[in-house]
Design a protein around this ligand. Structure first.
Ligand code: ZN
Ligand code: ZN
Ligand code: ZN
Length: 342
């Protein structure tokens, strides 16, 4: 992600609603992709552009507690929620103590997801414009709330609707799941990036791309439920690292795609951040996959070396083999061609 600064010169962050240094209000405009400095009044956000012209925006209705969403809408936008907030269809019961904070963390991770999707030129339309547009539901199950009907919320995607267990926002729950599922890189942001991958598979693959997909990822028509139950019984095959980005990716071509897609978004965001902090001069452009990966490799070597200096495990223990690279390249080409169409 880019670095952001208040007009007073102070460095500020993506989720900030005001500057700690000068006290002015801050808000993010997802159209210009800029964090703006100004002031909020009566549902409006007033800011000045570089030529000192006054600009007026609508604030997201969720700018108050518990979300403190700092995203803006155009002044004439008929919606009350920003493009990210309005994709959320269901939230957990806010009268229960942990849920307001869970919802806040979920929406923060979702806005970060949206930032990367928008920067890649991907369509993030919700259901008000597209029946199978993006939508989210954050549910609780009986593991954390005995009063709900659902015994076990399964994280997943169906026709654009992404379901997440709200408890994934708890550090404790996430830690337990990391151990139980052997997923050391399990994070909220990672869940979002993975699930949205299933959504874009549905949206981006033409007939022609599907033929290519099968060549790269395998045949997705293989019985999905059966594949998953085999995976949960036996785990990934030996030497899976040669062909897959994670153990879970071995379970089915759909999951391989979603895991690789999530990894693609990890690289995109992290390399953007590395660039913003001067760790690389490289700025990604279209049809530039090989340079992009070479630069990424250089940055990950640096990340690992820094961690080792602190006596920590490698920040990036992944090896991008030729097979994995061919999968990432396929995703790269698909995103490039859809961004061109837009
Ligand atoms: Zn300031
Ligand atoms: Zn919002
Ligand atoms: Zn999945």
């Amino acid at each position: 992600m880019k670095r952001f600064y208040c007009d007073c010169g102070q460095e500020v962050y993506f989720h900030n609603t005001h500057c700690e240094h000068c006290g002015r209000d801050l808000a993010f405009d997802p159209i210009s992709m800029k964090l703006l400095c100004g002031h909020r009044e009566l549902g409006r956000f007033i800011s000045q552009d570089s030529q000192h012209r006054t600009q007026s925006y609508k604030t997201c209705v969720n700018h108050t507690e518990p979300l403190n969403c700092n995203w803006l809408l155009s002044a004439d936008d008929p919606h009350s929620q920003c493009i990210s907030c309005r994709t959320t269809q269901t939230i957990p019961d806010l009268s229960r103590p942990k849920n307001p904070l869970r919802w806040k963390k979920l929406e923060q991770a979702k806005r970060r997801l949206f930032y990367t999707l928008l920067s890649l030129g991907l369509d993030v339309r919700g259901r008000e414009l597209d029946e199978q547009g993006l939508a989210f539901q954050f549910l609780e199950d009986q593991r954390t709330n005995p009063h709900v009907a659902i015994e076990h919320v399964l994280t997943g995607h169906v026709n654009g609707l992404i379901t997440l267990n709200a408890a994934e926002a708890d550090e404790g729950f996430l830690h337990t799941m990391k151990e139980a599922m052997n997923e050391p890189y399990r994070t909220l942001l990672g869940h979002f990036r993975h699930e949205v991958g299933h959504y874009y598979w549905m949206k981006l693959l033409s007939e022609e791309a599907l033929v290519q997909f099968r060549r790269v990822f395998g045949d997705e028509r293989f019985d999905y439920q059966r594949a998953l139950s085999i995976y949960y019984q036996y785990g990934p095959a030996r030497h899976w690292e040669v062909s897959f980005i994670s153990g879970y990716a071995t379970s089915h071509p759909f999951e391989d795609w979603a895991e690789t897609w999530a990894h693609y978004l990890h690289i995109t965001d992290t390399l953007d951040t590395a660039h913003a902090y001067g760790l690389t001069n490289y700025e990604p452009s279209r049809n530039d996959f090989d340079t992009w990966i070479a630069e990424w490799t250089r940055v990950t070597q640096l990340m690992n070396a820094l961690n080792r200096s602190m006596g920590l495990a490698d920040a990036y223990p992944f090896v991008l083999t030729p097979i994995i690279l061919s999968k990432l390249r396929f995703i790269d080409q698909l995103i490039d061609s859809q961004a061109r169409e837009q």
